[in-house]
Design a protein. Structure first.
Length: 716
RNA sequence: GCGCCUUUAGCUCAGUGGUAGAGCGUCACAUUGACAUUGUGAAGGCCGCAGGUUCGAUCCCUGCAAGGCGCACCA
C-alpha cells in the first residue's frame, strides 16, 4: 500500500494521471475502445463537435467537453464499448478570415500570395491551432480516443464530401442557378441565410416624388435605398388602399432615368409604412423579388459583386460604390426638387456572421441544395421522437427554422474549403460534369483539359457529415459498422440550425439511420454581467488559466456546478474555488480512510451493526439518484447531490461517528468501521470519477490492494 | 409582429400547491484533530409587479414590467 501525499497538488498529479490513461498500452491506452478490458459488446459513441481551428477553446467548449466526458466515463465504467471521437473543423470563411488578418499584420495580402501559397499558410495555421485545441481537451481531462482524431479536410473526409455532393447531384437535389443570394463584399463570397446576423443601423428614409405618366401630379415613395431606383420595375400599393385605388394600372416615371414603370397592386404591401407605396427592385430585395415574381416583372441587376454600380445605371453612376451612388442621387434629386423630405430611421440590416460587413442581396450563379425533402425528413425525425432534444424547448427553434427554410446556397467563392467536384469545359464554359476524379477527356468538346470549379462548399455542408464521415463513410469500415449510429450529441444552442438540422438530415439521407438519439443543448456561458464571452470584446475567460490555477477537476466542478437546468449562466469563478476546496476535502478524507485501513486484518470475522448497514443502504440510494440524474442529463443536480453527501454526510457525520470506534479496543468493531468507511469511499470515488477524474483516479490507485488498477475502467 | 427563456438571500443559482434552500460572501464561536482549502451556529428573502383559481400560491392561470434569445419584417 502506498500513501497519499500530505497535501493535494493538482499540477503534477493531473499531468501524470492523463499519461497513465493514455499510455497504459499502445495506441491511446484505455481511451481507445479497442484496448478496453473485458468483454464489451454494447457500444456507446459520441463524436465530439469539432471546434473551429480559428483559435483556442473557450469556456463553452470546456463545458461541452466535460459534459461528454461525464457520459463517456460513466458508460465506460458501466461496461460499454465507449468511443469518444475527437476532431477539428476547417471552418471555411472563419478560418480564412483569421489567417488573412494575421497575414495583414505582416503586410501580406491574400491576392499577392495566390490560392496555392495562401492555402499553405492556412494549413500552417490549422496545424498550430488544431494542436492547441487537442491539447486543451487533454488538459481538461477529456477521455477522447487520440488514435482516431479527424479533421474536416483530411483526405478521407474529402472523399466523403465529394461522395455526398455527387449523391445529391445525381438525385437532382443539387442544382445550379442564378438566384438572389446574400453577398459579403469583404469576404467576396455568397452566404447562406443562416450565416447572417442583424445589426441595428441608423439611416434615413427618403421620400421621393415619382411623377404619374401623362398627368402633372406625382406620388411619393419612401425608401431607405434611393440608389436602387435604377433597378425599379414597378411601384406597388395595397389594393385595399383607398388613397391609391384609382392609380392602379397607371404608370409612373422613374426619376433620373425617366423610364415608365407600372403601378401595381399587391396585398403584401403595408399601407401604414411610409406613404403606402413601395418601389419594386426585384434584383436586390427579397420582398420585391417575390412581388415581381407574382406580377411577372423583369429583374434589373444594378449592383455587381464588387459592390459597385454596373453599366445599367448609366454613365453618370457606373462604377460608384453603393453609398457614393446614394449620395449623388440624393444630391440630384434635391437639385431637381424631387426629394420631398428625409426622416431619421432605425432598422436592422443583415451583416456577415464572420466579418460584420453589410451583406447585399445580389442575383448570382450559385449551387443550391433543395430543401423540401430535407425539411420533411428532419422534421419527421424529431416529431416522431426518434431524436429528442434536452431540454425539449429547443425543438421549437429547430422546427421554426426548418419550416421557413429556403433552398440552401452551398457554394462559396473563397479558397479554404472543399472544392466542388465539378469540372467545366473550357470551350463551352457553361457545360460541366460532376464527378469524383479529374476527368481525362472533356465529353463536350472532346479536346480541352477540363477546369475544376474554383468554388468551395459551405463549411456546414461538410460538418453535416461529421457523425459518419469520421467513422469511415462512404466506406463501410469496421468502425462505421460498429459505432454508427452514435448515441448522444452535445452542443451549443447557436448551431442547432446551422449544424444539428443538417446532420440529422444527412444521416438519414445517406445511411438511412438517424445519426444520434439524444441532442443535449448545454448552457451558454456568459460573463458575470450577462454579456457574451468573446475574445474580440476581451470578455472571454480562458479555461487553461483556470486549470493552471485551480486544476482541471476544480474547473470541471465549477463548470458543472453552475449550469443547472441548462440555462444561460453568468460565469463566476467562486464555484471553481469551491471545487478546489472540495478536491482538498476529498483528498484529506481519503487519506484518513486509507491510513486507518493500513493494518486491516482480513482473517478476523467482523459483523456490521444495523447502523453500518443503514449507512451503506443510504449510500446506495444516493448512488441511484445520481445515476438517474446523469441519465437524464441533469449533471449539475447530480454533482450537487454527491457534493452534499460526501462532505456533509460522509465527512461530517459518518467519519466523525467512526472515529471512537477506530480508536477503540474492540478489534472486530474497529474492522467493521474500517470496512464501512472504505466501502463508502470507494463508492463515492466511483460516483465522483466522471465529474472529477484526476483526483479520484490518483486516490484510487493509492488505496489498499489497488496498485496497478485503474478507476477509469472499474465496474461502476 | 410571432415565439421561447429568465426574474427567489449581498452575489451565482436550486426548489416545492401547505411557515423558503445550496454554494460563495458576511458575522460570532470552536478546533492544531484526515482537512484553517476546517467545524458549529447566526444574520440576511412581501420568491419582479397586479389580478384570478384555491381552504391555502413563490409554485397553476391571465395581464404587465425588466433583461436575454430565436424567427419573420425592415420599402
Amino acid at each position: 500500500m502506498q500513501e497519499l501525499n500530505k497535501n493535494y497538488d493538482h499540477k503534477i498529479l493531473e499531468e501524470n494521471i492523463y499519461k497513465k490513461w493514455e499510455n497504459i498500452c499502445k495506441n491511446s491506452g484505455y481511451l481507445n475502445p479497442d484496448n478496453l478490458p473485458g468483454n464489451r459488446k454494447k457500444t456507446f459513441t459520441i463524436v465530439a463537435p469539432p471546434p473551429n481551428v480559428t483559435g483556442a477553446l473557450h469556456m463553452g467548449h470546456a463545458l461541452n467537453a466535460v459534459i461528454q466526458d461525464i457520459l463517456i466515463r460513466k458508460k465506460r465504467m458501466e461496461g460499454f464499448l465507449t468511443l469518444w471521437l475527437p476532431g477539428t473543423d476547417h471552418a471555411g470563411i472563419a478560418t480564412q478570415n483569421v489567417v488573412e488578418k494575421d497575414l495583414k499584420k505582416q503586410n501580406i495580402y491574400r491576392s499577392q500570395l495566390g490560392r496555392e501559397k495562401f492555402l499553405e499558410k492556412v494549413w500552417e495555421w490549422k496545424e498550430k491551432y488544431g494542436n492547441i485545441i487537442l491539447d486543451q481537451f487533454k488538459k481538461i481531462g477529456a477521455s477522447m480516443d487520440w488514435s482516431r482524431v479527424r479533421f474536416t479536410m483530411d483526405f478521407e473526409y474529402q472523399q466523403a464530401v465529394q461522395a455526398a455532393f455527387i449523391h445529391y447531384f445525381k438525385k437532382g437535389l443539387i442544382y445550379r442557378a442564378e438566384r438572389i443570394i446574400n453577398w459579403c463584399f469583404r469576404c467576396a463570397t455568397s452566404l447562406s441565410d443562416l450565416e447572417l446576423e442583424y445589426k441595428e443601423e441608423h439611416s434615413k428614409l427618403y421620400y421621393i416624388k415619382y411623377f404619374i405618366s401623362g398627368v402633372n401630379n406625382y406620388v411619393i415613395v419612401a425608401t431607405t435605398r434611393p440608389e436602387t431606383i435604377f433597378g425599379d420595375v414597378a411601384v406597388a400599393v395595397n389594393p385595399k388602399d383607398k388613397r391609391y385605388k384609382n392609380l392602379i394600372g397607371q404608370k409612373v416615371i422613374l426619376p433620373i432615368q425617366n423610364r415608365e414603370i407600372p403601378i401595381i397592386a399587391d396585398y403584401a404591401v403595408d399601407q401604414v409604412f411610409g406613404t403606402g407605396i413601395v418601389k419594386i427592385t426585384p434584383a436586390h430585395d427579397m420582398f420585391d423579388a417575390e412581388v415581381a415574381t407574382r406580377h411577372n416583372l423583369p429583374l434589373i441587376k444594378i449592383i455587381d459583386i464588387d459592390g459597385k454600380m454596373n453599366v445599367s445605371v448609366g454613365p453618370l453612376f457606373v462604377g460608384l460604390k453603393i453609398l457614393e451612388c446614394r449620395e449623388k442621387i440624393i444630391e440630384i434629386l434635391k437639385n431637381n426638387n424631387l426629394l420631398e423630405k428625409e426622416d431619421d430611421y432605425f432598422h436592422n440590416v443583415p451583416v456577415c456572421y464572420r466579418c460584420g460587413t453589410n451583406v447585399e442581396l445580389i442575383p448570382s450563379l450559385q449551387w443550391f441544395l433543395k430543401m423540401d425533402n430535407f425539411v420533411k425528413t428532419a422534421i419527421k425525425a424529431v416529431k416522431s421522437k426518434e431524436i429528442k432534444f434536452y431540454p425539449k424547448r429547443w425543438e421549437k427553434i429547430y422546427f421554426n427554422w426548418l419550416s421557413n427554410a429556403r433552398d440552401w446556397c452551398i457554394s462559396r467563392q473563397i479558397w479554404w474549403g472543399h472544392q466542388l467536384p465539378v469540372w467545366f469545359c473550357k470551350k463551352q464554359n457553361q457545360k460541366f460534369i460532376v464527378c469524383g476524379k479529374t476527368p481525362t477527356k472533356c465529353p463536350f468538346c472532346k479536346k480541352c483539359i477540363m477546369e475544376r470549379s474554383s468554388d468551395v462548399l459551405d463549411t456546414w455542408f461538410s460538418s453535416a457529415l461529421w457523425p459518419f464521415a469520421t467513422l469511415g463513410w462512404p466506406k463501410k469500415t469496421k468502425d462505421f459498422r460498429k459505432f454508427y449510429p452514435t448515441q448522444v450529441l452535445s452542443t451549443a444552442r447557436d448551431i442547432i440550425n446551422l449544424w444539428v438540422t443538417r446532420m440529422i438530415y444527412s444521416g438519414i439521407e445517406f445511411i438511412n439511420k438517424k445519426p444520434f438519439s439524444d441532442v443535449i443543448i448545454h448552457a451558454t456561458i456568459l460573463t458575470k454581467d450577462g454579456r457574451r464571452m468573446s475574445k474580440s470584446l476581451g470578455t472571454g475567460v480562458d479555461p487553461i488559466n483556470l486549470i493552471n490555477q485551480y486544476g482541471a477537476d476544480a474547473t470541471r466542478f465549477g463548470l458543472i456546478w453552475q449550469t443547472m437546468g441548462n440555462q444561460d449562466v453568468h460565469w463566476s469563478e467562486e464555484h471553481v474555488v469551491a471545487g478546489k476546496k472540495f478536491c482538498n476535502k476529498i483528498w484529506n478524507a481519503s487519506k484518513f480512510v486509507i491510513i486507518n485501513n493500513s493494518n486491516i486484518n482480513n482473517k478476523l470475522k467482523y459483523k456490521l451493526t444495523s447502523h453500518d448497514k443503514n449507512i451503506i443502504y443510504q449510500f446506495k440510494k444516493i448512488k441511484k439518484e445520481v445515476e438517474n440524474d446523469i441519465n437524464n442529463y441533469q449533471f449539475s443536480q447530480a454533482l450537487h447531490k454527491i457534493y452534499h453527501y460526501f462532505w456533509h454526510t460522509f465527512c461530517d457525520k459518518i467519519i466523525e461517528e467512526m472515529k471512537p470506534r477506530l480508536q477503540g479496543e474492540n478489534e472486530k468493531d474497529k474492522q467493521a468501521s474500517q470496512y464501512v468507511l472504505l466501502e463508502i469511499l470507494k463508492g463515492s470515488l466511483k460516483l465522483l470519477h466522471p465529474f472529477m477524474p484526476f483526483i479520484t483516479e490518483e486516490i484510487w490507485q493509492n488505496m489498499p490492494n489497488n496498485k496497478n488498477k485503474m478507476l477509469m475502467v472499474e465496474k461502476w
